[in-house]
Design a protein around this ligand. Structure first.
Ligand SMILES: *Cc1c(COP(=O)(O)O)cnc(C)c1O
Length: 357
């Protein structure tokens, strides 16, 4: 060990789902990407990018994008904080607001990045166990803390907490910043945006990566009271002012303004999701009631790892978490109907192979 290693900011890093490097025949149902392309307006905006202008720095306020977000949500431009995916937005929120010596709270079964950021920024945290049925119980958040963050709908459980439950958590945590990560809200559940007027300590976070089919562009945003946005900007401009590049700002704005296209596309994903239940049940799976673009499911006989390995060997990638409470489960992203059909066939194969062995 080198002497300087004693002072390194050490972390156990977040492990993203696998991304195949080259164009391959892999069926990729492991990172909750959208199976369908972005809107025609997005394609058009991408074609109209003036590459000559890339000699200039981007608009550090990303006004074109902020304006589009403000228009769609009907909130002031001073209530929007855009970022390089919602991961960037969440990381800025952790850095800006979670400076208490009291622990921040988030569910034990949840987005694994939360504990990683807490460790990077040396923020004390406590994981609040979700119920046996994986639901978030608001009463577990009635306690002294340094802040609250949870996804709604939750990942990887796919479960939505009803808006009454979200309000309940907010009502009992008025003195700290409460963050609702709405990465999957377009696929189900009720947004906490309607509670913004009532709770000036609430931050709602959204992403373009799932329902807008733009995971590769890296755009996300927070909506909150202007005082909160101001604190976020002060920190952000002090770390790196020019995070969103010009193409992301322009293409992101176009995506924001193609709501109709995305509404139809989302409906399609939801229909494919609902069609999965009887098929998976027949194969012996028990699947949680999803409000997202993925399914959280476990088999009655085979272990999560066994099925994960079997699928992988046949070119179907899903997500398996080697973590307490959930290692029997698989998280399967909703893909195109064709790819889902292929996956069901492979599952049938794996299960038959196991039962006849
Ligand atoms: C996907 C996801 C994000 C991050 O999305 P970005 O691609 O960084 O915008 C944040 N929170 C949850 C719960 C997610 O599932």
């Amino acid at each position: 060990m080198y002497p300087w290693e004693a002072c390194v900011r050490k972390v156990t890093p977040y492990v993203p789902g696998e991304q195949p490097f080259e164009e391959s025949k892999i069926i990729k149902l492991n990172t909750n990407e959208n199976p369908y392309p972005p809107s025609p307006e997005v394609m058009k905006a991408a074609e109209c990018i003036k590459w000559k202008d890339m000699r200039l720095y981007p608009d550090y306020r990303a006004r074109e994008l902020v304006k589009a977000i403000s228009l769609v949500h009907g909130v002031g431009e001073d209530m929007i904080f855009p970022g390089v995916g919602s991961d960037d937005v969440l990381s800025m929120i952790f850095m800006t607001f979670f400076g208490s010596s009291k622990p921040i709270l988030f569910p034990d079964v949840s987005y694994s990045f939360y504990s990683v950021w807490a460790e990077v920024y040396k923020i004390p945290y406590e994981k609040v166990p979700v119920g046996e049925d994986f639901t978030i119980n608001p009463e577990d958040y009635y306690r002294d803390n340094g802040g609250v963050v949870f996804p709604n709908p939750n990942a990887p459980t796919s479960l939505a907490l009803e808006i009454g439950g979200v309000r309940d958590i907010l009502e009992h945590n008025r003195d700290v910043i409460c963050v609702v990560d709405e990465a999957y809200i377009d696929f189900g559940g009720t947004s906490a945006l309607e509670l913004l007027d009532e709770f000036p300590n609430l931050i709602v976070v959204r992403t373009f990566s799932k329902s807008k089919s733009l995971a590769g562009l890296r755009v996300g945003y927070a909506i909150a009271a202007p005082e909160i946005i101001k604190y976020l900007n002060d920190v952000k401009y002090s770390v790196n002012s020019y995070t969103l590049n010009t193409p992301s700002i322009e293409v992101g704005a176009a995506a924001m303004l193609s709501g109709k296209y995305y509404a139809t596309q989302t409906e399609h994903v939801v229909l494919t999701r609902e069609a999965a239940y009887p098929i998976l049940a027949e194969l012996g799976f028990e699947t949680l009631k999803s409000s997202t673009n993925f399914l959280f499911t476990k088999h009655e006989r085979l272990s999560g790892k066994e099925i994960y390995d079997g699928l992988r060997a046949r070119g179907v990638y899903v997500r398996h978490f080697n973590a307490p409470r959930i290692d029997d489960y698989l998280r399967i992203t909703i893909g195109s109907e064709y790819n889902m059909g292929f996956m069901y066939d492979v599952l049938r194969d794996i299960i038959n192979g196991h039962d006849n062995a």
